[in-house]
Write a protein that binds this ligand. Structure first.
Ligand code: GDP
Ligand code: MN
Length: 379
């Protein structure tokens, strides 16, 4: 689950990281009144779950309340990477002497959180990692102790020459690890972390991604979810109890079991196709779930072929077959569908599908190749 910047900065503030004053608003009038209260130059910032808002015109400096009002009129309602801006954050503008990056991520290799910093901040960190990897510095965190003082100092010296600033930055890194841990995050980053001409170190932007599996034991974090800011398809899937992640390929995948879903995507890739999504319809699939799954998959206009891969264990193949037939009668599906199913009640499933004009395959390899081929022909 993604948090908005204004939510993430509140979490940073709660652990003691210095963030500028400010407030969120949903109308230009509210923006103007916040700007008036703050006084002086302010920054109006689009609150959407997307990076690169600055480049997209979603971050604007305003000299006074009137100008803030004007910017808000443009930013509220604009689209950034397909997401509608419904809220803006208004903060006092800071003077910037330097911009750095600091972040905490879960590192698969060390199976621990890793603190990553770079003096090349403010810009896209993926780009820095790709073009100038020597400008990125890391320390592995032992989750029992957090980021230790000597680790924080070491990283701090990669960002600043002044010992006072090194200490401040190091302290912020330790606190960021704490905020990361408190939120059950898979990522927490500050980009840019700035130094001001007066020498202070401040977090100017905040991004936190929460691990969905942590939400159950963190109700305070779970209630930060902003459904209106999420992709409609992902919201619908979650409410139906489906694990769905939209990707940008053209083979729509509908699979039972997360492991088989991963294997299916691997095989699609192996045959030079691109999966349009990850979708696990779960173990005990009822026909309803299949109908919802098909509605979600067909609403993605990139999808050129749909691939069902069902291994009937607890999931009964006839349930899935009934779901497909019901969906086909309710939704106008023009996309070709390839169905592979094997296992519990397979014969019954094949009978149901044939009756509705669908073919059913039992071989996974064959089904994947067919789906990839159909998607390619349609593209
Ligand atoms: P992002 O583009 O979505 O990452 O949004 P950021 O909050 O990181 O803002 C993008 C850029 O806008 C920053 O890297 C800064 O260069 C600039 N910016 C943001 N806030 C301020 C501010 O208070 N003062 C100044 N001078 N620039 C700012
Ligand atoms: Mn940023």
């Amino acid at each position: 689950m993604n948090l908005h910047e204004y939510q993430a900065r509140a979490l940073l503030k709660s652990v003691g990281i210095p963030v500028p004053d400010g407030d969120v608003a949903t109308t230009p009038d509210e923006v103007a009144s916040i700007a008036k209260r703050l006084g002086g130059t302010v920054v109006v910032k689009a609150q959407v779950h997307a990076g690169g808002r600055g480049k997209a015109g979603g971050v604007k400096l305003a000299k006074n309340a009137d100008e803030a009002h004007e910017h808000a009129e443009k930013i509220l309602g604009m689209q950034i990477k397909g997401l509608m801006v419904e809220k803006v954050l208004v903060v006092p503008a800071e003077e910037i002497a330097s911009e750095s990056y600091i972040g905490v991520i879960v590192d698969r290799a060390s199976e621990k959180p890793v603190v990553m910093v770079s003096p090349a901040g403010g810009v896209d960190i993926e780009e820095v990692a790709a073009q100038t990897p020597e400008k990125i510095f890391k320390q592995v965190v032992d989750p029992r102790y957090g980021l230790l003082p000597h680790q924080a100092m070491e990283l701090g010296f990669e960002l600043y020459g002044d010992v006072k600033q090194v200490r401040q930055a190091g302290r912020i890194m330790q606190l960021l690890v704490r905020a990361f841990w408190n939120a059950g995050a898979s990522l927490a980053e500050i980009n840019p972390l700035i130094s001001t001409p007066a020498g202070d170190i401040i977090a100017l932007d905040a991004k936190i991604v929460v691990d969905d599996n942590e939400l159950e034991r963190r109700p305070d974090i779970a209630q930060l979810r902003d459904v209106s800011a999420e992709a409609a398809s992902e919201v619908e899937a979650r409410e139906a109890g489906l694990s769905y992640i939209q990707l940008d390929g053209n083979v729509g995948c509908c699979v039972n079991g997360a492991g088989l879903a991963m294997a299916t995507m691997d095989l699609v890739k192996y045959y030079d196709g691109e999966p349009a999504n990850f979708l696990d319809i779960g173990g005990s699939s009822n026909p309803e779930k299949v109908v919802t799954a098909l509605r979600i998959i067909t609403s993605d206009s990139n999808v050129k072929a749909i691939l069902f891969n069902i291994f009937g264990g607890i999931t009964r193949c006839d349930d899935v077959a009934n779901g497909i037939v019901t969906a086909a009668s309710q939704i106008d599906i023009t996309t070709p569908i390839v169905i592979r199913l094997t296992g519990t009640n397979e014969d019954e499933a094949v009978r149901i599908l044939r009756g509705a004009g669908f073919e059913a395959l039992t071989d996974m390899d064959e089904a994947v190749q067919q789906a990839v081929k159909l998607a390619r022909e349609a593209a």
